[in-house]
Design a protein around this ligand. Sequence first.
Ligand SMILES: NC(=O)c1ccc[n+]([C@@H]2O[C@H](COP(=O)([O-])OP(=O)(O)OC[C@H]3O[C@@H](n4cnc5c(N)ncnc54)[C@H](OP(=O)(O)O)[C@@H]3O)[C@@H](O)[C@H]2O)c1
Length: 310
Amino acid sequence: MSTLAPPSSPRRLGKSDLSVGPIAYGCWRFAGSDLAASRAKIETALDLGMTLIDTADIYGCDTGHGVGAAESLLGEVLADAPALRGRMVLASKAGIVLGTPYDSSAAHLREACNASLRRLRTDTIDLYQIHRPDPLAHPAEVAATLAELRQAGKIREVGVSNHTTAQFDALQTHLPFAIATHQPELSALRLDPLWDGVLDQCLRTGATPLAWSPLAGGRLSLAPDEARRSPEGARLTGLLEALDGLARAHGVARSAVALAFLMVHPAGVIPIVGSQRLERIRECAEAMRVELTRSEWYDLVEASLGESLP
Ligand SMILES: NC(=O)c1ccc[n+]([C@@H]2O[C@H](COP(=O)([O-])OP(=O)(O)OC[C@H]3O[C@@H](n4cnc5c(N)ncnc54)[C@H](OP(=O)(O)O)[C@@H]3O)[C@@H](O)[C@H]2O)c1
């Protein structure tokens, strides 16, 4: 039986001229005061071909360091090792405001972009994403602001995150260039983009899907007894057993199989891994050499759904 292989070579981000590796590295949990340790995480990711580095202005809040902290830390790493900037496609996001909670108005996006550039200590953000849709912002206004930032050279490409297909279309209608990326939550445990049209929209438009929390934020790494006690209970336990069986067969970590499961989708899903441990980041990179058969892929889908497909 033929196998489905994850793409391993660099490929274009959407229809842009940017070239990225098949796995990305995310900075949601990127925190701390040890600059050498922070630099090692970014260098390890880049060395493994995880060349898209994803952050956001809001990252730092969930680690107790406050708005902008993750970007500032990445900026410190880039100041410490300036050559790293040229090795990465730097992605950030705006649009979440603590206490509001969403603001994609022209005034806010302009201000947020300038603040991100300062914190990241860079002249341009390669991929600028609207973090969550703001129903109060007319898509024409959002598009005009993004086009203005792009024209000014402050950003190179544009993406969206947590957008429905209709919200993606509404923004695209007003943009004079193609949206490069769609960033939904997507993992072997959260399969919604497979059925809600997001991956189909990527196939249709050429946008690259970036999967956030591709290991379900660590839930796909739980031990069996922890999984049984989790809210997903039997469904998660069954999924982990299926992943472990394939991990043994392929001689890789469970995480690598879970990522390969996403990467073999024809839309060219790029999972954004978020581990802060070098050894785990390396294990994730093993996904690039995992090939799955069609029936193995569907076994994982059925395990995730907790039922057989019709
Ligand atoms: N657009 C959005 O709304 C949105 C939302 C959330 C995330 N994101 C993006 O997605 C990225 C990844 O999210 P995530 O951190 O939730 O991703 P993830 O890769 O699904 O989960 C990473 C978490 O799992 C833990 N983990 C436990 N065992 C692991 C193993 N064997 N291998 C790897 N990780 C293991 C990690 O802990 P250790 O660090 O201890 O390894 C870490 O806490 C973020 O950094 C961000 O860029 C975007």
